[in-house]
Write a protein that binds this ligand. Structure first.
Ligand SMILES: [Zn+2]
Length: 242
């Protein structure tokens, strides 16, 4: 019984964690910290438990949690890699998303997670929802004033492109949520569109934001690549000269 309570507490903690300032957040960070805490709690419980059968069940739970941590850590590392690449290649976009606010000035956190797969074989998805309390406040599974971005990782290059695509949506949707939702309902609801069309009709402002964001990102990526190429060339010249 005590064991069940402990596990429930962990999942409650997963759902309600939210930092006090706006930022881009690796969606796995707190989840993994909580899982480690839970393992520690179960280990203490095992120490106190004399009954062999109970110890056996606790050991099983610890093993399951260790496996979970291993799985989460793999995707945590991929997520961290993408966030870091974004920071290096397009620091302006990183800063914009890291400090994004809604129309009323509420700081909004953007949770990013690389996942194994997504519904309908999507490569990425950004949730779009309003708070029950205020139509300007973004809402996701992490609570009010949060956005959830999920993406798969077919390769480093594709995943990075998908992340920038999704952040193009975030950049428009957070500060324009109330008016965008009016547009969104009118444009998509009851139309029987293919799910891939959502957010991407030609006259959808969020779609335009995605196009703009990707264009700027590509330009910055090209400059960095050219610079790296030149650096390599001059290094080679120096070697040849010597
Ligand atoms: Zn999209």
């Amino acid at each position: 019984m005590k064991k069940l309570c402990l596990l429930s507490l962990v999942f409650i903690a997963f759902s309600f964690f939210k930092p006090a300032y706006a930022e881009i957040i690796n969606g796995y960070d707190e989840e993994i910290i909580q899982a480690h805490k839970n393992i520690t709690n179960l280990e203490s419980l095992r120490e106190e438990t004399l009954n062999k059968a109970d110890q056996h069940f606790i050991n099983k739970d610890i093993s399951a949690l260790n496996l979970l941590v291993k799985k989460l850590s793999r995707n945590q590392r991929k997520t961290a890699y993408l966030i870091n690449q974004l920071k290096v290649i397009d620091p302006k976009l990183y800063y914009q998303i890291n400090t994004i606010r809604d129309l009323e000035g509420n700081e909004t956190d953007v949770y990013i997670k690389v996942v194994d797969d997504l519904k309908w074989n999507f490569l990425g998805a950004t949730n779009v929802a309003q708070s029950d309390c205020n139509p300007h406040i973004y809402h996701s599974a992490y609570g009010d004033t949060t956005v959830s971005v999920m993406l798969t990782f077919p390769s480093k290059a594709i995943a990075l492109k998908v992340l920038v695509h999704e952040l193009g949506h975030v950049k428009y949707q957070v500060p324009n949520l109330a008016s965008y939702m009016v547009f969104y309902r009118k444009a998509y609801f009851g139309k029987n569109y293919n799910s891939r069309i959502y957010g991407h009709l030609e006259y959808d402002p969020s779609h335009h934001s995605v196009k703009e964001t990707l264009k700027t990102f590509r330009q910055k990526q090209t400059v960095i690549k050219q610079y790296a190429k030149q650096q390599k060339k001059s290094e080679n010249t120096l070697v040849n000269y010597r």
